[in-house]
Design a protein around this ligand. Structure first.
Ligand code: NAG
Ligand code: NAG
Ligand code: NAG
Ligand code: NAG
Ligand code: NAG
Ligand code: NAG
Length: 243
């Protein structure tokens, strides 16, 4: 492998060294978890603890101690976790019940080995709320000859979610996948019902509207019309009442 001389061999080793260090530090010491708020979580490392360790501490971010195991007993610190956490000194696992969005953070487990060395593991915990049920707004629906122009909005404000539109249970083409569906339906790709699925990595919910062929809205649950007709008709009715 290194037959062409020292130089190329050294270069190869220099290349390999930082790479292998990087891999261990990611695989061994940093774990990502994504959970839904309200659930019970176990923070655990994927390897066994050093034998006969002297002390084990769980931190929330870097400065707040949650629990410390020392001389065969666990001490729970005054923190927002008190009463909600439990340590298993055997595996080092930390159980947290009813995680909240405020618990979203990096957790650190520090172990003092019998040799006097310390070792550290990090777990990034992301806590997400379930997505709300979407309400589809009909921005516009218009009969155009044999075709039907349709603009439906499914926006969930202020949340990081993905949108997937389905027509009669089949996903619509990729280029139409957006929080707002704007399309012209033709006889060859007409669907009666349109479903907007919003999802994040812990949950998913649907909203659906259906059309009465060819191009009017059927009554569907969870639909809001953009109430522009109200603006026109209410003053008219008022005007009629007043005269
Ligand atoms: C979470 O754990 C608590 C006890 O700590 C239990 O009462 C509750 O049912 C658990 N909840 C879930 C969703 O598992
Ligand atoms: C934690 O991980 C260790 C090693 O993978 C495993 O033996 C142990 O059962 C786990 N403990 C919990 C509570 O999940
Ligand atoms: C939650 O934690 C993740 C990962 O640690 C981080 O990327 C994200 O910004 C955090 N979100 C909030 C709202 O703190
Ligand atoms: C949402 O709609 C899609 C397409 O019709 C369907 O596959 C999925 O099961 C629905 N999900 C829920 C939670 O109803
Ligand atoms: C239907 O087909 C027309 C023309 O090919 C296209 O512009 C439109 O985006 C399609 N709509 C759907 C919902 O597939
Ligand atoms: C949305 O989907 C993309 C691609 O599947 C994924 O990488 C991303 O994490 C998703 N975002 C959310 C908020 O679920």
């Amino acid at each position: 492998m290194c037959s062409r001389g020292w130089d190329s061999c050294l270069a190869l080793e220099l290349l390999l060294l930082p790479l292998s260090l990087l891999v261990t530090s990611i695989q061994g010491h940093l774990v990502h978890m994504t959970v839904v708020s309200g659930s019970n979580v176990t923070l655990n490392i994927s390897e066994s603890l050093p034998e006969n360790y002297k002390q084990l501490t769980w931190f929330y971010t870097f400065d707040q101690k949650i629990v410390e195991w020392d001389s065969r007993k666990s001490k729970y610190f005054e923190s927002k976790f008190k009463g909600r956490v439990r340590l298993d000194p055997q595996s080092g696992a930390l159980y947290i019940s009813k995680v909240q969005k405020e618990d979203n953070s990096t957790y650190i487990m520090r172990v003092l080995k019998k040799t006097g060395n310390e070792q550290e593991w990090k777990i990034k915990l992301q806590v997400l709320d379930p997505v709300p049920k979407p309400v589809i707004k009909i921005e516009k629906i218009e009969d155009m000859d044999d075709n039907c122009y349709l603009k439906l909005s499914c926006v969930i404000p202020g949340e990081s979610v993905n949108y997937t539109w389905y027509g009669d249970k089949r996903p619509l083409p990729k280029e139409l996948q957006n929080s707002v569906l704007e399309t012209t339906l033709m006889p060859h790709n007409y669907s009666r019902c349109y479903t907007c699925q919003v999802s994040n990595s812990v949950s998913s919910k649907n909203g659906t509207v259906c059309l009465s062929p060819p191009c009017t809205l059927a009554r569907s649950f969870g639909v809001e019309w953009i109430a522009s007709w109200l603006v026109v008709t209410v003053p008219t009715i008022l005007g009629l009442l007043l005269t």
